[in-house]
Unconditional design. Structure first.
Length: 324
């Protein structure tokens, strides 16, 4: 049985839910979309058993954490403020931060603005922030959307995507989780024409259980998003231009905390969003690169797809951080 505890607190002016297990130095696990704290449920006990205090929050807008309706509440100031507020609430000056997707991008913002609060960073899949100073991400997505479906532009208007996903959370989550995994090439979704609904663009998944996900695990995600809806998660996309503008001040600045990276062979973000040979460009963004590991076969759902390898690598990296 899991030994974690569910906790609730008022942090950075929103109600936040997080899960905690273990004693020792603090590690904070930050998820992306469409995820919740439960994305880390196979990592939490393993890392706690290795001697760490593990905290996995529901990120702003998702799970049981409050979801402001205004996309402006998902800018860098608010999302970094959540992590600073969480550290203060936990009574800790620093933590090792581990993240994926929007979670790791928020950690990168934190590490640039408040490096003194970051003991080390372990990034999953996204090795550095994507920032093209010439064009904002929503404007770039709108250009792509003239030629083919792209989810970022589909999510941009307030309302249509919210309604469609809220109506079919189980169907959407099962399809998108399968599409993001190493069992499918996500970029095939882009082959659909402009105007396609996201659920229709996604592939039909095989029946559960899969090799890396069972029915009960999917039900955790379905239950939470059936209650909360998807608007909070979609607002992270709608605030992309705001965060892009706020990141301009750090253009060309390297992050200074010790950096570790775990990628996977079939990850869509590494394939599509970070330019040619993103691994080679990691030192352009991080001043203190300690280790880089690429796991074969897995996709964007790596914590579930390759749980033993992810856990072993995290424990190894945390061990080197503790030794240092």
């Amino acid at each position: 049985m899991a030994a974690w505890m569910h906790r609730y607190a008022r942090i950075n002016h929103i109600d936040m839910h997080y899960v905690e297990q273990g004693e020792g130095p603090l590690v904070i696990l930050c998820h992306g979309f469409p995820h919740i704290w439960f994305s880390w449920h196979r990592q939490i006990p393993a890392l706690a058993a290795a001697g760490w205090r593990i905290v996995a929050p529901d990120m702003r807008g998702m799970g049981q954490t409050e979801a402001p309706a205004d996309p402006r509440a998902y800018d860098v100031d608010h999302t970094v403020g959540d992590l600073i507020g969480l550290l203060d609430h936990l009574g800790e000056r620093q933590a090792v931060f581990v993240g994926l997707d929007f979670g790791i991008l928020t950690i990168y913002d934190l590490a640039l603005r408040h490096p003194e609060r970051v003991r080390a960073v372990i990034g999953l899949e996204n090795p550095f922030p994507v920032h093209d100073p010439a064009i904002s991400p929503l404007a770039e997505a709108a250009q792509h959307a003239k030629d083919h479906f792209i989810h970022i532009d589909y999510f941009r208007p307030y309302g249509p995507a919210d309604t469609a996903l809220n109506a079919e959370p189980r169907r959407f989550l099962s399809k998108v989780f399968y599409a993001l995994s190493g069992d499918y090439r996500y970029l095939n979704v882009w082959s659909h024409p402009p105007g396609t609904a996201y659920i229709d663009a996604l592939p039909e998944p095989p029946p559960l259980p899969w090799a890396w996900l069972n029915e009960l695990e999917l039900e955790f995600f379905v239950s939470e998003y059936s209650r909360s809806g998807f608007t909070g998660g979609l607002n992270w996309y709608r605030a992309m231009d705001l965060r892009w503008e706020q990141r301009r001040a750090f253009e060309g600045v390297k992050s200074t905390p010790p950096f570790y990276f775990i990628g996977s062979e079939n990850d869509v973000d590494l394939e599509a969003w970070h330019g040619d040979d993103p691994i080679a460009h990691i030192p352009d963004h991080h001043a203190d690169v300690r280790a880089v590991r690429i796991l074969p076969k897995a996709g964007h759902m790596m914590q579930l797809e390759r749980t033993p390898d992810v856990n072993a690598t995290l424990v190894e990296f945390l061990g080197t951080i503790a030794a240092a």
